[in-house]
Design a protein around this ligand. Structure first.
Ligand SMILES: Nc1nc2c(ncn2[C@@H]2O[C@H](COP(=O)(O)OP(=O)(O)OP(=O)(O)O)[C@@H](O)[C@H]2O)c(=O)[nH]1
Length: 524
């Protein structure tokens, strides 16, 4: 008997693909129709707490306090982890690089981030990485020449680095190297300070290091003078001039919406006065070569802008060095030739964490954030910096009024700075639409936007010199290993007088003082 073979259920590929295609088309159609049909959709947007609810403010505050607590807990845990890692580094179980990477990954350690970027810059320098970046060249032809940084390479230090056994030592060395290299290479050091907080951006270690190097000159550059009123500028000039020759400067025009006091001290006017002084020194010096002027300072104080201002022509704007409103734009050393007698050296911003060693990490980060020395991405919690800013602004009626006006602040019934700051941030968050889930104001986002306003000079804020004590002497005594000769007032005065003559600063001050006085009259 013949057995019939069972027929296979297998279909042809063409048929299977056809079914798949039809099914896909059907699904597409259903999805499209579902999108059009609104009947089943619920309103997903959380309306938040109704404005009429009597305890809304308290609830929001409680939510915010809880959020802050969570942040603090997180930070404490992070610190614990970091300490454990540091311990491991000290015990030689983990390398410092691993440690730094971990800190960086967490995106919250600003100091480490700055150190890391500085180390990177030093490493680039050691490797002789070229500085040419075509997009950073000025469009106009000018007589500025950039040199490869190998020109200053110091082999001895590299050997030292190789023999150094500890990774930690190595990283410290790399960090300090930027500053050391600039000072070693320079005949004149321009130490750029932010006029809004000169003491905050000043380090006595820098001054000591220059004083110890024979034959070098240190000039303090008080930059961003357009952001402080004339009386603040005058007080700081008088204060700083007693320590070192000081020149006021407006290195950049500033943002259009930034406050602009001291209008008569223009960018081109102050920059050409500085250039003349440097040229006078270069011409009077007995060097057979051109003099090298190193520009140093905290991140974002305007070092690159100083060089751009010096190289710009006829009040125009030169882009020899990259400039940005965030810290850490300059990452490598860059030498710019002004003329046959003058070369300028730009450097990455340097902070000296050891000087603020007694303060807590949070305080240090808040200070750096307020000095705009931290890129926003490294600011985890802007609250401490905003609180610091509010306290600073409350010291003067003029600053407080301008602040209230800028943010259109309603009367805030707050007894202390902390409560005021919280209410202020809630106000900013609401006004700028920084609202999170459940209608909760995102105070962190609001804080960052306020810090950006502060960085761009929209908020009027300044610090006055501490005249109650002789701050200069007090601070100088903190300098480790400083010799008594360096600290004597008479010696300091002699230095100021002698150096001022070499740079012909008297002539420069006469014209600038007139402009300040004229500006002052306008203000009153
Ligand atoms: N209003 C005002 N802004 C200035 C002045 N000088 C510089 N700036 C601004 O400050 C910001 C920082 O300037 P940079 O020249 O990049 O500062 P830097 O010190 O080189 O910064 P790093 O590269 O981080 O070290 C920029 O947005 C400049 O426009 C000034 O005199 N007035």
């Amino acid at each position: 008997m013949k057995v019939r073979k069972k027929q296979s259920k297998r279909t042809s590929t063409r048929m299977r693909e056809g079914i798949k295609k039809k099914a896909a088309a059907q699904h597409r159609k259903e999805r499209k129709q579902a999108k059009k049909d609104v009947t089943w959709k619920s309103n997903k947007k959380d309306p938040g707490i109704p404005a009429s609810f009597p305890y809304k403010g308290k609830i929001l505050e409680a939510i915010e306090t809880r959020r802050q607590q969570e942040l603090e807990d997180k930070e404490a845990k992070r610190q614990e982890r970091l300490n454990a890692k540091r311990q491991a580094v000290e015990n030689g179980e983990v390398s410092m690089d691993d440690d730094m990477d971990a800190e960086h990954d967490e995106g919250s350690n600003g100091l480490a981030a700055l150190m890391e970027s500085a180390q990177q810059a030093a490493a680039e320098y050691n490797n002789g990485v070229g500085q040419h970046a075509p997009e950073q060249q000025d469009e106009e032809p000018h007589d500025v020449v950039e040199y490869d940084i190998d020109f200053y390479a110091n082999d001895d230090d590299d050997e030292d680095a190789e023999v150094s056994s500890s990774e930690l030592d190595k990283s410290r060395k790399a960090y300090d190297k930027i500053f050391k290299t600039v000072v070693d290479a320079s005949d004149v050091v321009l130490y750029v300070l932010d006029a809004r907080d000169p003491e905050g951006t000043r380090s006595r270690k820098v001054e000591e290091a220059v004083l110890q190097s024979q034959g070098k000159r240190l000039i303090l550059i008080l930059n961003k003078i357009d952001l402080v009123p004339p009386f603040v500028l005058e007080q700081w000039m008088a204060f700083l001039k007693s320590s070192f020759p000081t020149i006021p400067l407006r290195a950049a025009p500033g943002a259009t919406n930034a406050s602009s006091f001291n209008k008569k001290l223009t960018q081109s006017g102050t920059a050409s006065a500085l250039l003349e002084s440097l040229k006078t020194y270069a011409n009077n010096s007995n060097f057979k070569r051109s003099i090298v002027v190193g520009v140093i300072g905290y991140p974002n104080v305007g070092k690159s802008s100083v060089i751009n201002a010096l190289t710009s022509r006829r009040g125009g704007f030169s882009k020899v060095c990259p400039v940005g409103n965030q810290a850490g734009v300059t990452t490598s050393l860059r030498e710019v030739k002004i003329d046959n007698k003058l070369k300028i050296l730009d450097s990455p911003g340097i902070c000296f964490p050891s000087e603020t060693g007694k303060k807590s990490r949070k305080e240090q980060e808040a200070e750096l954030a307020l000095l705009n020395a931290l890129p926003p991405k490294y600011i985890v919690d802007p609250y401490p910096a905003i609180l610091m800013m509010v306290k600073r602004l409350s010291k003067s009626e003029e600053m407080t009024e301008a602040f209230k006006k800028l943010y259109e602040l309603p009367p805030i019934p707050a007894s202390d700075a902390d409560t005021f700051t919280k209410h202020f941030l809630i106000h900013v968050a609401r006004k700028r639409g920084r609202i999170g889930k459940g209608g909760v104001p995102n105070l962190s986002s609001a804080g960052i936007s306020v810090l950006n306003d502060w960085r761009d000079g929209k908020i009027l804020g300044w610090v006055l010199p501490n005249s109650s004590k002789d701050t200069a002497t007090k601070a100088a005594s903190q300098v480790k290993g400083a010799t008594s000769t360096q600290l004597k007032k008479t010696e300091q005065t002699a230095i100021v007088n002698e150096w001022s003559k070499e740079f012909d600063l008297d002539g420069l001050f006469a014209s600038l003082d007139n402009a300040i006085a004229a500006d002052d009259t306008d203000m009153n």
